[in-house]
Design a protein around this ligand. Structure first.
Ligand SMILES: [Zn+2]
Length: 232
C-alpha cells in the first residue's frame, strides 16, 4: 500500500493483505482517507461519471513518537517548544479520533535500555508464537465456514451481529464490558472491535468461551483517549 497526500486530495494505492507503517507526518486528509478501507475492506474512487471500487482488506501497522521531539515521556526531558504535555497533545492531535477508533491494538513501547539487551530471550520464541497464531486462524476459518459465511475467515472480518453471537461473554465478563463501555465512552464500532479482539485472545488461548480476562486484556489495548477516560 502506498499513501501520499498532495494537499489537494490523497492518493492511496492498495494491495491486498499488505502490512504498512505510518507516522503522524502524513497530512490529516491522507490519514483520514484510510478510514473507509479500514472499515469496509474496500476503497471507492469517484471521478466525474465513474465510481470504481477496489478490494483493499489489509492490516495496518502504524508507529508514532510520543511528541514531535520524540522524548516527552523520558524522565527529566524538557520539550523544546514548551511544556511536555502541550507538545504531546499537539503531536497526537494529528491523528483524528475516528481514525484512532479503528485501531484494535494500541501499545506503548518504552525505550530499550542497555540492561534489557542482556536479558535472556523470552521462553516462547517467534516460531512457537507463529504456530499459535496459525492454529487460532484455523479455528476462526473453520468457525465461519461452519456458519456458512462466505468470504469471512477471521474474527476481524465478521459482521457485528455475528460477532455478538460468537464472542458472547460470560456473565462476569459482560458486566465488565458494560461498565468499561460506559466509562471509556466506547463507540458502537469500538464496542464490537473489543468483542472481536476478546474472541481472538480466547482463540489464542484455545478457550471455547470468552472470559473476563480476555475482555480485560482487549480493553487494555484501546487508544490513549479511552484509557484516560477510564482512569478519570
Ligand atoms: Zn516534545
Amino acid at each position: 500500500m502506498r499513501i501520499t497526500g498532495d494537499g489537494v486530495g490523497p492518493t492511496v494505492q492498495f494491495a491486498r493483505g499488505c502490512v504498512s507503517y505510518i507516522i503522524p507526518e502524513f497530512n490529516a486528509q491522507a490519514l483520514d482517507s484510510l478510514r473507509q478501507p479500514l472499515e469496509t475492506g474496500e476503497v471507492a474512487i469517484a471521478r466525474a461519471n465513474h465510481r470504481i471500487v477496489y478490494p483493499a482488506r489489509f492490516q495496518l501497522v502504524a508507529a508514532m513518537n510520543p511528541c514531535r521531539c520524540g522524548h516527552a515521556d523520558e524522565p527529566g526531558y524538557s520539550c523544546r517548544r514548551g511544556p511536555n504535555a502541550r507538545c504531546v497533545a499537539q503531536y497526537q492531535a494529528r491523528l483524528s479520533g475516528p481514525l484512532l477508533d479503528r485501531f484494535d491494538l494500541t501499545i506503548d513501547v518504552p525505550a530499550v535500555a542497555a540492561a534489557d539487551l542482556l536479558q535472556p530471550p523470552p521462553r516462547e520464541g517467534s516460531a512457537e508464537i507463529a504456530e499459535r497464531v496459525a492454529a487460532a486462524r484455523a479455528v476462526q476459518t473453520e468457525r465461519y465456514r461452519g456458519l456458512g459465511l462466505e468470504g469471512v475467515a477471521s474474527n476481524a472480518a465478521a459482521p457485528a451481529n455475528v460477532v455478538e453471537a460468537v464472542a458472547a461473554p460470560d456473565v462476569s465478563a459482560l458486566s465488565l464490558l458494560r461498565d468499561a463501555a460506559e466509562r471509556m465512552r466506547l463507540s458502537a464500532r469500538g464496542y464490537h472491535r473489543v468483542l472481536k479482539l476478546a474472541r481472538t485472545l480466547a482463540d489464542l488461548d484455545g478457550a471455547d468461551a470468552v472470559g473476563r480476562a480476555h475482555l480485560a486484556e482487549a480493553l487494555s489495548y484501546r487508544g490513549p483517549q479511552e484509557r484516560a477516560a477510564a482512569a478519570a
